[in-house]
Design a protein around this ligand. Sequence first.
Ligand SMILES: [Zn+2]
Length: 346
Amino acid sequence: MEALVLEKKGQLSLREIDLPAAMGPHDVKIAIHTVGICGSDVHYYEYGAIGPFVVKQPMVLGHEASGTVVEVGQAVKNLRPGDRVCMEPGIPDPNSRAARLGIYNLDPAVRFWATPPVHGCLTPFVIHPAAYTFKLPESVSFAEGAMVEPLAVGMHAAVKAKIKPGDLGVVIGAGPIGIVTALAALAAGCSQIVIADVQQPKLDLAAGLGPIRPVNVARESLRSVIDDLNEGWGADLVFEASGAVAAIESIHEPLCPGGRIVLIGLPIRPVSLDLVALNAKEASIETVFRYAHVYPRALALMGSGRINVKPLISRTFEFRESVEAFNFAVKPPPDCVKAQIRLVSE
Ligand SMILES: [Zn+2]
């Protein structure tokens, strides 16, 4: 089958490759429609590795996907050919201890698309477990369906934040994950989100999506904006979605006493946290790794119109332009939030 293959660090090709085609009774076959390009895909392309995950043999990229069911296994009851769907890219071992505990995202044996040595989904057809395949609501397009994967990260962060109605939230980083985290936190009850970044076009875009106050930290002090909004008390919640070392090391600054921090972005090197400052505020710190059990809720929020991810989709490439799409994503213009590849022309 044709696929976008990362041959090795820095080398991509659109070519034929042998992919598993056996379908189990609980699987479905899906014709892929749209695949979002994720920071992790780009990182594998540029560096050939993320932490312990090293690309050692050619690997198909892509994990943020939507498509149409074309075939279902004998035991599949919830899906039929023709259903429009999106897929969770991580398949845990259902018998693992993590899966039995309900934290299947932490199963050490999880097979996650485009995480070496597992192939991704930038190819016309995939076989996937029906249990990790979700029907798109009528009003949700394939392009939006391919945004459920990043939205799920923001949703999981909002769950970990234990948001109370009326909380003031800060999101550091206005990339795709930062913006979907802001949307998820607002849907969960935050009164307002202050979003911080240095790229003005992304901040402007975020500001148009709800009660979101943009702060360009190259020009303005985040803490003083929050002081103005909350009488000098600080923000109830701080979500770190930039992965920038300096931002993480000063994460305590915008937080209120007794507040909660959710760390999402991954820094390129170990960072140090100011424990004295964090202790003095009795800060709670949460971390997230992907997500578990949030696709149905993310789709419900999209379907009801409560969360609109359409403005985040900045560029759409055709499948045959996949290599060009990745070269674009390596150095995207400052107003680009999410680029996608479409495998089916409309
Ligand atoms: Zn992703």
